[in-house]
Design a protein around this ligand. Sequence first.
Ligand code: CAO
Length: 243
Amino acid sequence: LPQVPDIDHSKFGDVERVPLGRIKKISGPRLQASWVNAPHVTQHDEADITKMDAVRKALKSDAEAMGTKMTPLAFIMKACVHALREFPDFNSSLDPDGEHLVMKKYFHLGFAADTPNGLVVPVIRDVDDKSVFDVARELGELAEKARNGKLQQKHMQGACFTVSSLGGIGGTAFTPIVNAPEVAILGVSKAEMKPVWNGQDFEPRLTLPLSLSYDHRVIDGAAAARFTRYLADVLGECRNLVM
Ligand code: CAO
């Protein structure tokens, strides 16, 4: 690779040299490997989650009674399983021989977690077999482990697809880097109330921005548009997301 120029910044002003954290030292080369190996494209879309949010709010107190926080991310992960089933190429990896796809028959989903020490990706196994309550509980447990630096290797292995949610922070869209050898990653930004034309009036609808980055060696643009639209529809109808 062409090298970035090595500049002595202290020639231009005061500087301080601080060591990179352990997680950044591991994740940096992995992100770069994905970036240089997989030609990335990002497909943007929006989901109307007005109904989903009403269901989430209705389940909130039941979840709290179980000691769980019912976050939108749990519904989004359940919806991703539906889309991965409908479009199995998104649940694959490119074989290193470059001539085969390894199709996965399981649905282990990673989620990006921001911690004081850097970005980690814990994995929830068999999301298809779990209710939204189970997914929300595991999300909370794994995110807490991540923040406390208690994640073990086994908690971060085997993902087929990753969701990176910045929705709790803000933003309208971003372009996540695929967690290779996975072939796609879903970026989720902050849901906002938007006026949507229903043919007669503008209606306030809660709108969730979706940003799907994919490895263009495996996924065609039309397939990515169909996957993201399907995912938006599943979220919109909020069908089969609870159990
Ligand atoms: N739109 C609007 N609000 C949202 C939202 C969305 N898409 N997603 C979450 N929220 C809300 C939640 O409902 C919650 O509100 P209340 O406290 O009022 O209920 C608030 O935002 C905070 O959510 P949270 O962060 O506690 O929970 P989460 O499930 O959304 O996220 C986790 C958990 C671990 C994913 C998150 O803490 C985190 O680390 N996010 C950063 C991930 C990251 O760094 N990604 C970039 C990686 S580089 O590609």
